[in-house]
Each structure stands twice: as C-alpha cells, then as structure tokens.
Write a protein that binds this ligand. Sequence first.
Ligand code: NG6
Ligand code: CA
Length: 509
Amino acid sequence: MKKVLIFSFTLLAFLSCKKQTENKPLATEISKPNIIIFYVDDLGYGDLGCYGATDVKTPHVDRLANNGIRFTDAHSSAATCTPSRYSMLTGVYAFRKNAAILPGDAPLLIPTDTYTLPKMLKNAGYATGVVGKWHLGLGNGNVDWNTDVKPGPLEIGFDYSFLIPATPDRVPTAYLENHNIINLSADDSLKISYTEPFENEPTGLKNPELLRFQADEEHSEAIVDSVSRMGYQTGGKSAMWTDEDFPNILIGKAKDFIEDHKSEPFFLYFSFTDIHVPRLPNKKFQGKTNMGNRGDAIVQMDWITGAIMEELERLHIDKNTLIIFSSDNGPILNDGYEDGAVELLGDHKPGGPYSGGKYSALEAATRVPMITYWPDQIKNPGVSDALISQIDYFASLAALLGQPLTSKEAIDSQNLLPAIVDASQPGRKMLLEESFTLGLRKGSFKYIQPMGKNASPGWMTRKKVALGFKKVPQLYDLSNDKAETHNVAQTYPELVKEMQADLDSIKSI
Ligand code: NG6
Ligand code: CA
C-alpha cells in the first residue's frame, strides 16, 4: 500500500478550522485511507436506530455509529437532492449555480473544468468510482441514449461510474455504465422526452389499471415494471431495470470496484436509491417493518451498508477505510406515490425532534444523520455536536491528503477534518441551509430569510410537509425550540439584522 505524509491528528486538533490554501503535511506517515461516502436518499434524522428510531432496526449503520462518530448537528447543504450533491462534489453552494432538482434529460450540471472532490482525490493518487443515483445531469443537452452519453461523471473526475442516471422515479429507467446504457439492443432504440408522450406507449394517466400503486399527476407518465414515472419513454426494453434488484446490482458493482482497487487507495461514492420513491424493496425486506415500503426500504439500505462493510472486512481493508455516512436531504412520506408511508407511519418520527422535511426551510430538511467511521484513526469516537455541512467534505479531505486548494476552488468548503476524526472538536460557526429560500445557523439561533416574490411551486405545497416559507423574517432559538414553533424575530431585531447581513455577505462572494 502506498504511503503518504498526512497531518498528525494530534497536531490537527490545534489547527484552526479555516479553509487551507496550502497544505503542508507535518509528520505522521500512515497509509492513505480508502474513502467511502455512503449517501442515502431522503433519510431523515430520526430514521435510524442510533438516532432514536425504534420501529425500524438498523444494526449495520448503528454499528458504524457505535464505533465511530455520530453527529447530531450535521447538514446536507440543501433540502433537495441535486443541490446537495452539487455542493458536496464541488464545495460550492448550489444557489451560486441556480441548481435545482433536475429532470432526467438535463445536461451535466457541473462544468467539466470545475475542480471537484473526485478530481482532488485523483490528484492525491486515488482510484475514484461512483455507484448508484446520479441526478446531476448528463450530456450536453441533447442526449442520444443509444450512443456514448457524455460528459458525465468520467469527465468530472470519476474513473468509473455505474448509474441510475437521474432518480428511480424518472426516465430513463436503465443503468448507465461509464458512457453507455447497458443491455441495450441495437434494434430497439431508447428514447425519452419530458414534454411529449410517445404514441402507443401506456402512461399512468391513461392506464391506471396497469399500476401497482397510484401516483400523483407528475408521476403518471411512462410505466415501467407496473410503476408510473416522471417523463415519457419508449424502446430500450431489454435495458429496463427492475427496481427490486437495485440492492444486488449496486452491491455487485460496488464490490467489483472495491476488489479491483483493493491494493491502491480508492474513493467510492456509493449513492443509494433508498429510500427515495418509488419505494420497491427487494422481497427479502418486504414486511420487515410495520411501516410498509418506507420502513422496509430503510432496512434494505441498512443491509446494503452491512454487505459493503463485510466486503471491506473480507479483504482486510476495513481498518484503513474512512467511511462517511449521510443523507442528501431530510425525510418525506408521500413523495408522489400511494405506498402506505403516511398511513403506516405509527409513532415513528422520520425527522426526529425537528420540524419540516425534504423541500422545507425548517431544520429537518437538512439536519440529517451523519456518521464517520475509521477504526485506525478515529481516536475519540462518540457523539459530536459539531455544526458541519457536507459541503465541508471537500476541504476536509483535501487537508487529510495534503492537497492544496486555491482561493477559487471549493470556495464554500471549510476544513473540518479535526471534527471528522474527533468527537470533541468544534465545527462551523455559521452554516447555510438552502431550500426555496435560505436559512442560516449561528450559535443556537436559526434565521430564515423571508421569501421573495417567487412562490414555491404548487406541487411542493401539496407534499404535506411543513415548508416554513414565510414572507416575514423568522428567527428560532433551537436551544429551547427545536421544533421551530416560536418565531422570536421581533424579540431580537438586531440579531435578525446581523444574520441577514451574514447571509448577504455569503451571497456577495
Ligand atoms: C420532485 C418530484 C419528487 C422527487 C423530487 C426529487 C414531484 C412532483 N416530483 O420534482 O417526487 O422525485 O423531485 O427528489 O414531487 S430528490 O430527492 O431527488 O431531490
Ligand atoms: Ca433526496
């Protein structure tokens, strides 16, 4: 195994959390760790045993938490998927790019000349791979899915990719391996459209009798596997995925990647399809909870995590692998499909003590589970209250590996490496929460900027999530009001002014 110089963690503990522009490794010589980011989709703060859930058991993830660091104030950068992923991979806030949830035919959102997390890791000598949900756009705007689909992950720093191109509820519903849709047959071209239906193809709207469960209007277009999706699709029949097979297929690809690179440092971005809609867990997990498909999908996600950890152990590389486990945004029950998530919820609290969820400006939108696990190097495991954002992974991992960042790269990412490996270390002083508006955390306070003229889209307001979008400034003291029920903006007008000024200065960069 290659050796590198990295910061000594003892020394790191004394370093400030400022973004570093020049990384001069100091002392300890250890093996470069493998790095895996387990990125769950729509998993809420309260959805894991180690975060208090009792109606669903998550022993594999709990084991990571019990032997690593469990964060209580970690955040996805945004309240939805595309913006969070954009920020995690670039270290730049999504609002700077106007990044929003993308349709399945959107072009690649990250320009190929952007310095990205996988490019930085490649410069540090890593083999880089992504397996699972992508949802960051592909191609240049007019993709022919039957030929090379690019640019994509390979053009922004990944050596290998095996993708659900957008989301499981969006066409195309076929796997993309590197530049190509797999299992396509030459005489049955795959075509998709987000505007025009294809003649003779059934849709959820026209043919509800073909569906396993009913969907809302937005999810009532192409039908695949008796489930209607967003967007229209025709052809490519031999390439269509079966949702219930996601665990086996994705674990298989992840294991192959790990096995292929076991003798060199590797970075795997494992991006779950769970527990996003449509929730169609494998037979093995159906009925494992009393919460229906949503609960069973959590069990499936936990099992997948365990299967990949087992592979690391089998190859004896688990001790020198840094695992970062988190979720792209908070929870949602009905996100378009009548799959029982609402009716079967019982006493389970997907957002834990926090209000709101996916899409929202309230805390459960971005405050998500986060666990770090690295048996060789986490000297101080336990529970950490450090305020940390996924946008910080970039600068923190750059610091770990002694990779320099210029002032133009990963501009919003802070080096929080000390907190990532030591539960006693502090986090950020301020943290931005992106949704349809912007929120700012500072000390125990949370400020939500008033909504401008833009109203949130109609479909969002139908989601039955407390959105927290208001035309007046909102200020909450989370130290005594976790659920953000008591707006104290009028009690602390100076603080409101100060936090709006903080937001303005972040925006002005
Ligand atoms: C919304 C979808 C929702 C989900 C979300 C993306 C509607 C009408 N549609 O546009 O079902 O797919 O996009 O989820 O609600 S995310 O986790 O990838 O951000
Ligand atoms: Ca998501």
